[in-house]
Design a protein around this ligand. Structure first.
Ligand SMILES: C[S@@+](CC[C@H](N)C(=O)[O-])C[C@H]1O[C@@H](n2cnc3c(N)ncnc32)[C@H](O)[C@@H]1O
Length: 241
């Protein structure tokens, strides 16, 4: 079994050279010896869309949904170049799951990506020898109403770009409205960037609109939010009742 592309292409595109990784390993050893309680994760926040800790969380949450036999497919709202999607598809294929992976994105934001984002995604799936998921290109307002699967077992909402928090909140609310009725009982939805400063303490609150949307949409619903440790980035999940 490989490491789910954490330090190997196509996820990293060899951005972390071997000498840097060796230095990180050495520094972590020193931190441990000095009992500093610090760990460096070798991620580059200008290009990496998630942390190693978050990838471990995704791995276990998706496996759990598959093994429990929760009905429905897997959706990601905001797939960008497919860094999470590669992991989701890998987990599905390792489990010989018949669940389909559906990806939604306008593919208009580039962040630090040089090429065409949709092409980079397709190329990465080819390099990883994984089935190409169903791509739903366009703004969520155009794609979600008619193109979501009938039932959802696992969802990842990751549509932030560090912009205006109220605008982001509105996009999140739209995503909740669309996927919530389709989520099967026991299904899981992970919210990238969900941050509750009272729970997590200080850190980079990249997209505060996520929590604003959660607070509004779920105020009269039974689901509970579960914040997860993600090192440099925050995220959380809920289980549909
Ligand atoms: C942080 S990136 C997602 C990273 C991705 N999950 C990964 O693992 O590589 C956010 C994505 O959300 C998309 N997005 C944001 N708002 C959107 C909208 N209203 N409709 C479609 N896509 C949207 C952007 O195009 C961008 O690619």
């Amino acid at each position: 079994m490989d490491n789910y592309f954490i330090t190997k292409p196509p996820y990293t595109k060899a951005r972390h050279n071997q000498s840097l990784l060796k230095l990180v390993k050495f520094l972590n050893k020193v931190f441990r010896k000095l009992k500093l309680g610090l760990v460096i994760s070798p991620i580059d926040t200008t290009v990496d869309m998630n942390t190693i800790e978050q990838r471990i969380n995704y791995y276990h949450l998706l496996n759990m949904v598959i093994q429990k036999g929760i009905a429905g497919d897997v959706v990601e709202l905001g797939c960008f170049s497919g860094q999470c999607a590669l992991l989701f598809e890998k987990v599905l294929e390792q489990n010989h799951s018949d669940k389909k992976l559906h990806l939604y994105d306008s593919f208009e934001i580039k962040f630090a990506e040089k090429g065409n984002v949709e092409d980079v995604l397709k190329e990465s799936f080819g390099l990883a020898n994984l089935r190409l998921p169903e791509l739903h290109k366009g703004y969520f307002e155009q794609t979600l109403p008619g193109q979501l699967p009938e039932k959802i077992a696992f969802a990842h909402i990751d549509c932030g770009h560090g912009g205006d928090k109220l605008q982001h909140k509105e996009i999140m609310l739209f995503c909740f409205e669309q996927i919530y009725p389709k989520m099967s009982p026991g299904s899981i939805c992970v919210l990238m960037d969900y941050n509750d400063p009272d729970v997590n303490g200080p850190g980079h609150d990249a997209n505060p609109g996520v929590k604003l949307a959660w607070d509004e949409f779920f105020k009269d619903k039974p689901e509970q939010i579960v914040p997860l440790y993600g090192n440099q980035y925050f995220h959380a999940y809920f289980t549909k009742q």
